[in-house]
Design a protein around this ligand. Structure first.
Ligand SMILES: Cc1cc2nc3c(=O)[nH]c(=O)nc-3n(C[C@H](O)[C@H](O)[C@H](O)COP(=O)(O)OP(=O)(O)OC[C@H]3O[C@@H](n4cnc5c(N)ncnc54)[C@H](O)[C@@H]3O)c2cc1C
Length: 324
């Protein structure tokens, strides 16, 4: 049976939860089994129906203050105790820092096979099969699991989000929890100060790469992003060069994104960048090299110099909006 771990982050369900529920639902359906979820924290009960609306058949609610802020040890204890008691065969987790930390601890506790950042997962006749990028995205490996219990983190933004059907019926049960002594103490939460739109939630993203030439080039990217209400993304090459902070990086070792519109400016489209954005709706590439991978895979490829083209595009947008 499949258990989805729904983590609460700053008072809301972690955004990837809807993706975990859709992947979990297909796996449960293929085994003709119900889908279960666990939600943790003193306000966990408030999220139980939302999990049912999005496909869970039964939700275990672990209400305890000790679980209000992520604590590797206590979250692993709560999920582990339930997984052992109910004998779940597969535990699905998000690919967030918390999800990955939990996966390691749970796999040891449950003596489970563990796979991280999985981009495809399905049951076939012989068991559970998964796929994930490896060696910096140069290989896609296929995984079989030798152990009866499996713990898997799913790559973000790759699986569809489960739709909500308000009022769907399901069972909500309270799970007992007595926290063990923990060596971890939550001290405080300090959000990063930034006016930037969040990449994960953005419907439009304008990303810049080494083709910008210098850090100053991001002024162009910000102008275009501002004109269309987009978030600003970046390739690793420019993050490593210190042109823009890491939180903007898209790709295998950055964020996975799925906006309706992704505009890649001066980005060649190496596999590690593509790994984080190929699920975008419409992909526009602006590049001087018509043969680079990004231009080859884009929905619309514009061959030219970004320094000339972006000001023209921004001018045209402003004109049409009546601002110039
Ligand atoms: C383990 C590992 C993990 C990685 N993770 C990531 C990741 O998460 N995200 C990521 O992005 N990369 C990642 N990389 C790095 C990746 O392999 C590439 O090096 C990187 O994506 C290249 O960035 P880029 O496209 O900006 O630069 P380049 O590959 O140098 O491309 C620059 C592009 O700009 C174009 N250009 C130049 N001048 C202009 C101009 N005036 N106008 C228009 N176009 C112009 C060029 O034609 C070229 O296509 C990873 C690599 C490894 C090994």
């Amino acid at each position: 049976m499949v258990l989805v771990v729904a983590l609460i982050q700053r008072g809301s369900l972690q955004p990837q939860t809807a993706e975990l529920l859709s992947a979990g639902r297909s796996l449960a359906d293929s085994e003709k089994q119900p889908l279960h979820a666990i939600v943790l924290g003193s306000k966990a009960q408030a999220f139980a129906q939302e999990l049912i609306d999005r496909g869970a058949d039964k939700v275990h609610v672990v209400e305890h203050q000790a679980l209000d802020n992520f604590n590797d040890e206590l979250h692993a204890q709560a999920v582990g105790e339930l997984a052992e008691r109910e004998k779940y065969g597969l535990v699905l987790l998000p690919s967030s820092v918390a999800g990955r930390a939990l996966a390691g601890r749970l796999s040891v506790r449950l003596k489970a096979g563990v796979a991280a950042e999985v981009s495809e997962i399905a049951q076939n006749g012989t068991g559970l099969k998964a796929k994930r990028y490896q060696y910096g995205g140069n290989l896609i490996s296929e995984l079989n699991f030798g152990a009866p219990v499996k713990v898997v983190t799913l790559q973000a933004m790759v699986f569809p989000r489960a739709e909500s059907k308000p009022g769907r019926s399901g069972e909500i049960v309270k799970a007992p929890f007595q926290p063990a002594a923990s060596r971890i103490e939550f001290v405080s939460y300090q959000p990063e100060e930034s006016n930037d739109l969040d990449l994960g939630a953005a419907e439009r993203i304008v990303s810049g790469g080494r083709g910008l030439g210098t850090a100053e080039g991001f002024k162009l990217i910000r102008e275009l992003a501002g004109a269309i209400g987009a978030a600003v993304g970046a390739s690793r090459a420019v993050v490593d060069s210190g042109w823009i902070p890491y939180r903007h990086q898209v790709g295998l070792t950055g964020r996975s994104v799925r906006p309706k519109l992704y505009i890649a400016c001066g980005i060649s489209g190496q596999i590690q960048h593509l790994a984080g954005m190929t699920s975008s709706g419409t992909i526009v590439a602006i590049n001087t090299d018509a043969d680079c991978p990004m231009m080859q895979m884009a929905t619309i490829s514009v061959c030219g110099d970004i320094n000339e083209l972006i000001p023209l595009i921004v001018g045209e947008i402003k004109k049409r909006k009546g601002h110039a």
